[in-house]
Write a protein that binds this ligand. Structure first.
Ligand code: ADP
Length: 176
């Protein structure tokens, strides 16, 4: 599914974030930036040790913030590492922190001249954020960003599995 917003495109696809040919891909990292499971593990496996070296040099990342490294052996030129919130009960600022994670990735991407960026569904794996609620925050943040002043031409959400794609599609249809 693909929609046009201003001069940009918002697209939803099923697939593997490490295979994307966008200028930047986003990593759902943890605060240590020293690698982990899920998306994080897949990116470091596919991208090689250089990315991890740069992450270690960066020192770490707070929840909702973002750090940029090169893309190592990946097709993408950059990896933007962000840390989504661990979901507890929805009463611990989770929605704001998740919004910040997306927003800070987009701002950092813009500052580096990135024109196309691919996101995974941040926080919806090990961090247990309910998928439909997370999708609404992810998509709303992307839509708002594309509606503003930006050079970003493509924001792609890469969902792992058909079911996740269907949830994102359902939410996007409701939002537009
Ligand atoms: P978090 O710790 O932020 O929850 P995870 O990596 O555990 O991050 O999961 C985030 C989402 O990414 C989950 O929905 C998971 O299914 C999905 N995912 C896992 N591996 C990949 C991959 N290679 N490409 C895209 N999405 C992935």
């Amino acid at each position: 599914m693909e929609i046009k917003i201003n001069k940009g495109i918002l697209s939803l696809a099923e697939g593997d974030i490490t295979k994307q040919d966008t200028d930047a891909i986003v990593n759902a990292a943890n605060k240590s930036l020293r690698g982990g499971g899920g998306v994080d593990g897949a990116i470091h496996r596919a991208g090689g040790p250089k990315i991890l070296e740069e992450c270690i040099r960066a020192g770490g990342c707070e929840t909702g913030e973002a750090v940029i490294t090169t893309g190592g052996n990946l097709k993408a030129k950059y990896v933007i590492h962000t840390v989504g919130p661990v979901y507890r009960d929805g009463l611990h600022n989770e929605s704001k922190l998740l919004e910040n994670a997306y927003k800070n990735c987009l701002k950092l991407a813009s500052s580096k001249g990135v024109k196309s960026i691919a996101f995974p569904s941040i926080s919806t794996g090990a961090y247990r954020y309910p998928l439909e609620e997370a999708a609404e925050i992810a998509l709303n943040t992307a839509i708002t960003y594309l509606k503003g002043q930006t050079d970003i031409e493509l924001i792609r959400f890469v969902l792992f599995g058909q079911k996740a794609l269907e949830v994102y599609e359902k939410v996007l249809k409701r939002l537009i």
